[in-house]
Design a protein around this ligand. Structure first.
Ligand SMILES: C[S@@+](CC[C@H](N)C(=O)[O-])C[C@H]1O[C@@H](n2cnc3c(N)ncnc32)[C@H](O)[C@@H]1O
Length: 149
């Protein structure tokens, strides 16, 4: 997919990224957001349900997760461009380096989102508070707040 045209002052690089961390996807998310422009910037924890789908055998690693009411999801924002250094964000404020923003645009497009865990259904977690595009790959899950128990 071609990139959007750059805005005045925005800076890219054509220097290739160095070492390869060899991440593996462990699943994906199913969300109401079918187009990037429909995704909220930050989804409320009482927003619509989304589903985190673990690909076997990684679903075995969910054991005990029901004890938590919040989870941190680590996602790979696969549709984000990776060559920008300085951008002019749509929410205003002028030019900023990508490390001074939570923009999806960054050299390694890892997103971190805290979601509310509603239920577990086998290899599927029903969650709220996800602003990712439908089909976004999942790279990790960590418990958020303290267990209820
Ligand atoms: C502002 S980011 C915040 C993400 C996360 N909460 C964080 O702080 O890392 C959310 C935006 O990323 C974009 N986005 C969502 N899923 C994406 C994907 N799979 N690839 C690229 N961009 C995506 C959408 O425009 C969405 O509004």
């Amino acid at each position: 997919m071609p990139h959007k045209a750059l805005k005045p002052g925005e800076i890219t690089t054509d220097v290739p990224l160095g070492q390869d961390a060899t991440l593996g996807f462990i699943g994906h998310v199913e969300t109401p957001w079918k187009r990037l422009q429909d995704c909220p910037k930050r989804a409320p924890l009482d927003g619509p349900d989304s589903t985190v789908v673990l690909t076997p055998p990684w679903d075995r690693a969910l054991e005990g997760i029901e004890r938590f009411d919040h989870l941190d999801l680590f996602l790979w924002f696969h549709r984000a461009r990776r060559d920008l250094l300085v951008i002019d964000p749509s929410h205003g404020g002028g030019l900023r380096g990508v490390f001074a923003l939570r923009s999806p645009v960054r050299p390694n497009p890892v997103a971190v989102t805290t979601v509310a865990l509603v239920a577990r259904q086998g290899n599927r977690l029903i969650v709220r508070g996800l602003e990712a595009l439908d089909g976004t790959p999942l790279i990790d899950i960590k418990p958020g707040r303290c267990p209820n128990a």
